[in-house]
Design a protein around this ligand. Structure first.
Ligand SMILES: NC(=O)C1=CN([C@@H]2O[C@H](COP(=O)(O)OP(=O)(O)OC[C@H]3O[C@@H](n4cnc5c(N)ncnc54)[C@H](O)[C@@H]3O)[C@@H](O)[C@H]2O)C=CC1
Length: 487
């Protein structure tokens, strides 16, 4: 089962996705004649054309360009951005360790009056509100436009577009809703831009997407669509695409667009959960608590997210916990069909649910189901840093049988006196996983880490705030939460 960081038909977590996916071509289309994109919209959309930039200082440049919007300040959302220490170096002959991607996190529920939204944000949100009830039509029409106008792009998308459609709208919602919230937007889009490298996305692809997006919105939001609204969308989309392009360009200097990895072991822990270990074809630097995107040979061009189930290892192997679920194409293939020798592809690491080694606060970790995977990686990370800070893991599962990794966790507990592992089995406990932590504590000296199904994350964040852990000390990855919270 995918990590909740992603939109996924596999698991129904619909996580909004760091891979959002407005556009996922695998090869580069012919550049438009004369460098101009001929469209029925003609020159009015010329401003959609983002600039291909030198691959340096992408984030900074993006920040600068977005600053007029940022100056307007956050409108109605706050954010609990958490940035982790990146000082834990990898061997010098490997690429630079990745910066944890500061993923959007659950915004604080603000009661204080917020600053007014920028005029563009007001128009963008008005459009979004107008099309929300017919989101599916907007998305279908968008892809119809894209493939009619740019038929050469169609083979670059997955054969089945259902998931892609879902992702489009989630990514759009997230970006548009946060156009005033620079930190959240930039971090989200940089991640999206980097993630698009594995599809072969080029700067010149973005105008095609922007034109079709605006073509679709103008059709379905006709009641609120006017010149100013269109101009607001053009500016918004230009900002969005430029941040993605810059992030991709900067990343090109640091890392490959994707990695091939060979399955070296496949351990079926239950009938539907497998622990899969792979060997990347070149060094794969990442941080414990991060996740990656993964493509199998059985479902080309369909990517799903999984968290690394171990901290970086000296042998370079990576492992994932995968749960097969109904209609979960990639997860089912990985659990039922993957065998040693199979080759998969990995996208870049992402996510900021990483350990802050600059503090000695305790770690309060909640892992639900296969969400225990990154929690185990965090425990290993603390152990490797030789820190003796308290780590309390609450491991939730529906039944005893579903505690498929409890032996590993208990073994770690035996080795490390600072670690406590508490299985919480729904069938036996009188409370669900997040509420179980109320019976322990106090937790005021702890940072909290949550990983599991979206419902668990939601109620976990609520519980943690309720017991006095401030938002900025609560870490998890789920863009969906961000979207849900602002809606
Ligand atoms: N495979 C991976 O690398 C990762 C997977 N995940 C996510 O973790 C989830 C795992 O799914 P399953 O193993 O089927 O877990 P599950 O649905 O069986 O839930 C596991 C436990 O989480 C708690 N829980 C579930 N829903 C809750 C709710 N609404 N409120 C409070 N507590 C709740 C319960 O204690 C439950 O036993 C998936 O959504 C997956 O996307 C998250 C991070 C990494």
């Amino acid at each position: 089962m995918d990590a909740p960081t992603t939109t996924s038909a596999d698991n129904g977590t619909s996580g909004g996705s760091g891979e959002g996916g407005w556009f996922t071509p695998r090869r580069q289309p012919e550049p438009p004649a004369g460098g101009e994109q001929e469209t029925t919209e003609g020159s009015r959309l010329a401003a959609l054309r983002p600039v291909g930039r030198p691959a340096m200082n992408g984030g900074e440049a993006a920040q600068k360009r977005i600053s007029p919007v940022a100056e307007a300040g956050p409108a109605d959302v706050g954010t609990t951005e958490a940035r982790a220490d990146t000082a834990n170096a990898s061997p010098s002959d490997t690429p630079t360790p990745p910066q944890p991607d500061p993923q959007p996190r659950v915004p604080e529920q603000r009661s204080a009056p917020s600053q007014p939204a920028s005029p563009d944000a007001v128009r963008v949100r008005r459009t979004m509100a107008e099309v929300a009830p017919i989101a599916d039509k907007v998305t279908s029409y968008f892809y119809a436009l894209l493939f009619v106008r740019h038929p050469d792009l169609r083979p670059m998308f997955p054969a089945a577009m259902d998931t892609q459609r879902d992702r489009l709208l989630k990514a759009l919602l997230t970006a548009a809703e946060h156009i005033d919230n620079t930190d959240v937007l930039v971090a989200y889009l940089q991640n999206l831009g980097r993630g698009h490298r594995k599809y072969g996305t080029r700067p010149e692809h973005y105008p095609a997407v922007g034109e079709c997006l605006i073509g679709s919105l103008s059709r379905y939001a006709s009641a609120v669509w006017d010149e100013e609204t269109e101009a607001a969308w053009v500016r918004t989309y230009t900002t969005i695409s430029q941040i993605m392009i810059d992030a991709a360009a900067a990343d090109e200097l640091l890392a490959p667009a994707w990695w091939h990895a060979e399955v070296v072991s496949h351990d079926l822990r239950t009938s539907d959960v497998a622990v899969i270990t792979v060997r990347p074809d070149q060094p794969y630097p990442f941080l414990a608590g991060q996740y990656t995107s993964l493509e199998t040979p059985w479902w080309p061009r369909i990517w799903r997210h999984y968290s690394f189930a171990s901290a970086p290892r000296s042998d370079g192997l990576l492992s994932f916990h995968v749960k097969a679920v109904p209609a979960g194409w990639v997860s089912n293939a990985l659990v039922q069909h993957a065998r040693p020798g199979d080759i998969i592809r990995l996208g870049p690491p992402a996510g900021s649910m990483t350990v802050d080694h600059t503090t000695d606060s305790g770690l309060l970790c909640l892992g639900g189901g296969t969400g225990i995977a990154p929690i185990k990686a965090l425990v290993e990370d603390v152990a490797e840093h030789g820190e003796r800070r308290p780590v309390e893991v609450f491991y939730g599962a529906r039944t005893d049988h579903d505690l498929y990794d409890i032996d590993t966790m208990l073994r770690l507990q035996q080795i490390h006196p600072w670690l406590a592992v508490r299985p919480i089995v729904d069938q036996q406990a009188h409370v669900q996983l997040p509420d179980a932590i109320r019976e322990y504590g106090p937790w005021n000296e702890f940072d909290a880490y949550l990983s599991g199904p979206p419902g668990m994350i939601r109620s976990g964040v609520h519980t943690l705030r309720d017991i006095g852990i401030p938002s900025e000390r609560i870490r998890h990855d789920s863009v969906e939460e961000l979207v849900a919270a602002v809606n």
